[in-house]
Design a protein around this ligand. Sequence first.
Ligand code: 5AD
Ligand code: SF4
Length: 446
Amino acid sequence: MSEPAPKKRLYIKTYGCQMNVYDSERMADVLAPLGYGMTDDAAGADLVVLNTCHIRERATEKVYSELGKIRELKEARAEAGGRMTIAVAGCVAQAEGAEIMRRQPAVDLVVGPQAYHQIPELIARSHRARGERLAADFAPDEKFDALTPERRPTGVTAFLTVQEGCDKFCSFCVVPYTRGAEWSRPAGDIEAEARSLAEKGVREVTLLGQNVNAYDGVGGLAALVRRLAKIPGLDRIRYTTSHPRDMDAALIAAHAEVAELMPYLQLPVQSGSDRILKAMNRAHTAQSYLRLIERVRAARPDIAISGDFIVGFPGERDADFEATMQLVREVGYASAFSFKYSRRPGTPAAAMPGQVAEAVKGERLQRLQTLLDDQQRAFNARQVGRTLDVLFERVGRNPGQLIGRSPYLQGVHANAPDRLIGQIVPVRIDGAAKNSLAGMLELETA
Ligand code: 5AD
Ligand code: SF4
C-alpha cells in the first residue's frame, strides 16, 4: 500500500546537539500521520519548527535572528492568502517559555523537549487561537511512551535516545535546568526501537544522552550495549556523550569484549587545571581523567578519544590554560570540540568573579584549536596504509564515489558502486586530511 501524498509541508531547522537531531526526526514522525511531509523550503512551509539550543549565548541569539527571518516569510505567506505556523522547540523553548512569544509575537507555539508528543494538540489549539500554546513540563516518560517505536529511518545509521537530562550541575551549564534530572528509558523500549531500526536497514546506532553513561537500567550502559549487540543486522554501536564520573569498569570492559562497540569515546574534560575543574564542579581532576584514559586504552589500545573543552572559565589564569594544553598533549585527541566560556544567566559560574576578557578567550581558543587540529590530522594520518572497515552511508560529490565512516568515526571517501551503501566493507586508506580519509576498495569487494 502506498502512503497518501503529504498535504502539508513541514520545515524543521535543528540547532545544537545530536539529541536535537533525534528529537527533530521524532517530531516529523509524530506529524506525518497529520499529513505533514518534510520540505527544505521554509518559505513554502505550512509549519516551521525551530528546534533550538540554549547551551551558549550565541546559540540562543541565532534562534531569535532566524525567527526574525521566518516572520517575514510568514507575513509574505499571509499576504498571499496562506498560513504559516511557527513553533519553537528545544532548550530555548524550555528555558524561556512564553517569553519567546513576547519577544517574537509571530511565534504560534512553544514546546519543550519533553512535550513533543503534544505538538499536534498545540498546533490545533493555536489554530483555534485560544488555549495554552506552551508545553514545557518535565515528563520524559510520557514523551517516550507517546512516541511509538515505529520510526522512519532515513539512512543506514540512526540516533537512539536512551537517557535524558543531567544531575551533574557543572557550574557553567544550563542543561540541568533545560533538560531536567537524569532519566533513563526502559531497556525493553530501547531494544524494540533498535530492532525496528535494524529491520528497516539501519546498521549502526548511536545511543544518545546528555550523560549517556549514567544510563541506569539494570547493569548500566554496558549491559544495554551487550543486549543491543545481539540484534541481527545491527553491527555497530556508539554512544555519546559521557561524563568521566560515570565511566565504570563494566563499560570499559565492553570496549575490550564487544566487537559491535566502536572504538570511539567522547569524554569531555573541559579543563586541565584542577583549580578550574573544582570551580566547574566537575568532580574529577586532571590526573583522575588521565588515569581513566589509560584504563580505556588498556582495554582498547586503538580507541579514538574525543573531548570537549572550555577556555576562559571565570578565574582561568595563564597557568590554568597551560595545564589544559599539557593535558591535551598527554592524551592525544582524535577529535575535539572547544568553546569560549559563555556566561549563562542562572548558572553559578555567571556570578563568579574573574570573568575573562573576550580577547584573552579568543587567543586561548585559537592556541588550543591549533593543537587539537594538529592532533586530529596526526590521528588521521596514522590510518594511511591500514585497511579499515567502512560503513558506506551515501553517495559522494564526485561520480562513482561513496562516503562512509571508519570505526573511529572518520569520514571516508572511496570509489565504490552504489550497491555497497549499507554495507561494511574493507577499505585501504591511502590519503588523510583534517576532516576525512580517502581509500580504495580491497580488490575482492570492488
Ligand atoms: N560556555 C561554553 N561552553 C559550554 N558548554 C556547556 N556550557 C557551556 C558554556 N556556558 C560546552 C561544554 C559541553 C558542551 C556540550 O558545551 O564543553 O561539554
Ligand atoms: Fe552540562 Fe556538566 Fe551535565 Fe554535561 S555533565 S550536561 S556539561 S551539567
